[in-house]
Design a binder for this molecule. Structure first.
Ligand code: A3P
Length: 290
């Protein structure tokens, strides 16, 4: 393995890599957040469809209305480790919370709900590369190359930690009754179905909303890549300067970025880390094993 000449920069706190713009004390307090019975967490490894899921849930909670202009989804459904436990604790019930914490770190309550969204690691690393390159104040990696980022990702030396550790621990919990395990690819293939599954999981108040075809159609419309991509400049989220946050929204974009060697290396790691878990079956169309 070659040491990349340039790497993203992070704050290091107790061995965790944190984007430089995140206050360490918020991250520290997030580790001590006490989950409440009504809480619903959206848990992801970065770049696996978090924002998409946040918008779907926001709309489910607001009868299919899209997030108004000027609002920031990351304050409405806040990112726990960015905003702090105090911020989240002060939200009205029911609380919807985003986190990239690993399973071990995610605040647990048996009556809280956890929606986990996984994405194939090939597309994830490409999306994560653009994210890291774009948020210059968080990572100072504007001139970084995909090759350099790939090395950091495959070693788990990025702010999401090790992709496989994250996925494996949550995949193990997928049958728990307070866990809904989805994939980005499944959401792309049948968004309507994914919205219904999320609503059913959140409870009767939400499943009754999607029985109203009009509300479901509105959510479907406003959560499409096209709509969200057009609207991103009207919402007030902090965005990278040049690279759009809602960037391409495709399955298989990795094919445009990987060298043959990178493909073989990530596939080898994927096979080694997911052997006998069933994870290989999650992406039969995007990852050809064997
Ligand atoms: P790409 O960089 O591959 O385009 P996260 O919100 O977890 O950071 O994930 C970001 C990824 O989700 C980006 O992937 C982004 O384009 C994609 N995404 C966001 N909204 C989407 C939507 N409505 N439909 C499909 N993909 C979406």
């Amino acid at each position: 393995m070659i040491e990349p000449q340039q790497k993203p920069r992070y704050k290091i706190y107790q061995g965790f890599r944190i984007p430089m713009g995140f206050p360490v004390e918020h991250f520290e307090s997030a580790l001590n957040y006490q989950a409440q019975p009504g809480d619903a967490f959206i848990v992801t490894y970065p770049k696996c469809g978090t924002t998409w899921t946040q918008h779907i849930i926001w709309m489910l909670h607001h009868n299919g209305q899209p997030l108004p202009v000027g609002k920031d989804i990351n304050l409405e459904i806040p990112h726990l480790e960015e905003v702090s436990a105090e911020f989240v604790a002060n939200l009205p019930d029911p609380r919807f919370i985003k986190t990239h914490f690993s399973y071990e770190l995610t605040p647990f309550h048996p009556e809280a709900k956890y929606i986990y969204v996984a994405r194939n690691p090939f597309d994830c690393v490409v999306s994560f590369y653009y994210h890291t390159k774009g948020f210059v104040k968080h990572y100072d990696f504007a001139a970084g190359t995909f090759e350099q980022f790939f090395e950091c990702f495959i070693r788990g030396e990025v702010d999401g930690g090790d992709y496989f550790d994250h996925l494996l621990a949550w995949y193990d919990r997928k049958a728990d009754k307070n866990v809904l395990f989805l994939t980005y690819e499944q959401m792309k293939a049948n968004t309507r179905q994914a919205i219904i599954e999320i609503a059913d999981f959140l409870g009767p108040e939400y499943s009754s909303k999607v029985k109203d075809g009009e509300i479901l159609d509105r959510i479907l419309h406003h959560s499409s890549f096209e709509q969200m991509s057009q609207n991103q400049s009207r919402w007030s989220s902090k965005r990278p300067a040049d690279i759009p946050f809602i960037r391409k929204g495709q399955v298989g974009d990795w094919q445009n970025h990987f060298s043959e060697t990178q493909k073989a290396r990530l596939l080898k790691k994927f096979i080694a880390r997911t052997a006998e878990t069933g994870i290989g079956q999650l992406w039969p169309d995007s990852i050809q094993i064997g």
